[in-house]
Design a protein around this ligand. Structure first.
Ligand code: F6P
Length: 540
């Protein structure tokens, strides 16, 4: 069957399925959980609470086969230039290739260079952590500030928080926003004499990062003298010539390559701040976890393949059932920045409206991705998830155990809340059930009638749940790689290039043109009335 024929079969099947609820599907099949769950070692994906049956799943797998997921996956791992609009290979998987197998890009094995950078990062991280490499005054560094934005910030910032129990190095800080408040509030707490800056930028041209780096440089030069600057800076970039022009000496520059997309770069030298925080060995565990998922993605049959299943569920929700968003709900406070990280990964990759060949897409593409950790979100926006007019598929994440052995009762509560939410979304509460509960509480009949509709939960709302043993460096690496491959598979089905990001360019160009107008150096007459009005309000 051709792709479009499968899509119409899926739509027909969805209307048939709409007559039965998730409640009924569970009641009819005691093995539903076994049939609609899959594993990658201790990582479990439960998708039994999505509105799929065996026929729906088989049609989705047919979609994956017809879209040639396997062929395109193999092309990515083989270093083919699948990022066609930038004419680049997509090789973040080589960064966590833990085997001895060479990885060829443009006829060259890239593994020796990758290992050399990893070794240089480890030497530098150990020297900072041990105090062997000191500040200009000979003091050990107590604080490291990473200056970067987007992919040069979100990966390290998210993983640093996630792996807090493994920190045994200096304290990490992150500055990303060009808003001066960000760097001012960060520097306020720090002592220049014991602070090291990492300037992280793939292109080394990003205005936010360059502006923050210059402010940090001035802070060091003003307080410790110009000669101290070299000791307090290191850089991470693919643009080694531009780093040299900034004045950071070669031995403190950690490179990566144009075949690593910004939002896929946490595995590269961009991960240096994480390595400084948790140490090289734990960083290698993080890479090992991602490698396990890479092997699973390459080797597991489609019907047991976690990234493929999650992608197919994404397509089912977005294109067949028409849901516009998905909520990422980690029941793990240390994954507080995961939703923001996945926003960039997913929305910058799959927020596209044309196919690889430039023609308009045939289907809706990437959804709005958002979320907050549980249980906090329960007391904020879950009202809408349960009783709002829009259905928003939810993605729950939970570990079997936390790191606080003496606080196990907290973790039990966390688990109970996580499971309760997916159960509530699935089951809902009927008018009859709501009325009976009110009657049982002794309420008068007319009051029951008045209040019961407010206490109805429509239910039948889909969710998936990811469970792992514990949020270790290994488990985190595996989880991120899972989401990366899921985004890739969805992009293949939609026929888009998930690895460029032209949509961020127009705003950058217009900001550059507006700056002299904001400063009052040029006349905004060429601008539209709204922009002129706002400019004049801002300039007073
Ligand atoms: O927002 C666009 C973008 O290019 C992202 O893709 C990237 O992660 C971010 O800016 C930062 O870019 P760089 O690492 O080159 O400073």
């Amino acid at each position: 069957m051709a792709l479009e024929a499968i899509f119409s079969a899926l739509s027909q099947h969805a209307s048939q399925l709409s007559t039965s609820s998730l409640r009924q599907l569970f009641a009819e099949d005691p093995d539903r959980f076994q049939k609609f769950s899959a594993n990658c070692s201790d990582l479990l994906l439960d998708f039994s609470k999505t509105k799929l049956d065996a026929t729906g799943l088989e049609l989705l797998l047919e979609l994956a086969r017809t879209a040639d997921i396997k062929g395109k996956r193999d092309a990515m791992f083989a270093g083919e230039k699948i990022n066609t609009t930038e004419n680049r290979a997509v090789m973040h998987t080589a960064l966590r290739n833990r085997s001895d197998t060479p990885v060829m890009v443009d006829g060259k094995d890239v593994m020796p260079d990758i290992r050399a950078v990893l070794d240089a990062m480890a030497d530098f991280a150990e020297a900072i952590r041990s105090g062997e490499l000191t500040s200009s005054s000979g003091a050990p560094f107590t604080d490291v500030v990473n200056i970067g934005i987007g992919g040069s910030d979100l990966g390290p910032v998210m993983t640093t928080l996630a792996l807090a129990p493994y920190h045994d190095g200096p304290e990490l800080h992150y500055v990303s926003n060009v808003d001066g408040a960000h760097i001012a509030d960060t520097l306020e707490k720090l002592d220049p004499e014991t602070t090291l800056f990492l300037v992280a930028s793939k292109t080394f041209t990003t205005i936010e990062t360059m502006t923050n780096a210059q402010t940090a440089r001035k802070w060091i030069a003003d307080t410790l003298g110009e000669d101290a600057v070299g000791d307090h800076f290191a850089a991470i970039s693919t643009a080694l010539d531009k780093v040299a022009a900034f004045g950071i000496e070669e031995s403190r520059v950690f490179g990566f390559w144009d075949w690593v997309g910004g939002r896929y770069s946490v595995w590269s030298a961009i991960g240096l701040p994480l390595m400084i925080a948790i140490g090289p060995d734990a960083f290698i565990d993080f890479l090992d976890g991602a490698y396990e998922m890479d092997l699973h993605f390459q080797e597991a049959p489609l019907e047991e393949n976690l990234p493929v299943i999650m992608a197919l569920i994404g397509v089912w929700h977005r294109d067949v059932l028409g849901y516009t968003a998905r909520a990422v709900l980690p029941y793990d406070q240390r994954l507080a920045r995961l939703p923001a990280y996945l926003q960039q990964l997913d929305m910058e990759s799959n927020g596209k409206r044309v196919k690889q060949d430039g023609s308009a897409v045939d289907h809706e593409t990437g959804p709005l991705v958002w979320g907050e950790p549980g249980t906090n979100g329960q007391h904020a926006f879950y009202q809408l998830l349960h009783q709002g007019t829009s259905v928003i598929p939810c993605e729950f994440l939970i570990a079997a155990k936390g790191h606080e052995d003496d606080l196990k009762h907290h973790h039990d509560l966390l688990v109970a809340n996580c499971l309760a939410q997916s159960e509530a979304l699935m089951l809902g509460r009927t008018l009859e059930e709501a009325s009976s509960l009110l009657e049982a509480a002794g309420m008068a009949e007319d009051e029951v009638e008045r209040l019961a509709p407010h206490k109805v939960f429509p239910g039948d709302r889909p969710s998936i749940t990811l469970v792992h043993e514990q949020l270790t460096p290994f488990a985190l690496g595996r989880l991120i790689a899972l989401y990366e491959h899921r985004v890739f598979v969805e992009g293949i089905i939609w026929g888009i290039n998930s690895f460029d990001q032209w949509g961020v360019e127009l705003g950058k160009e217009l900001a550059t043109a507006l700056l002299p107008m904001v400063k009052g150096e040029t006349d905004p007459a060429s601008k539209d009335a709204s922009t002129r009005g706002l400019l004049s309000a801002l300039r007073g």
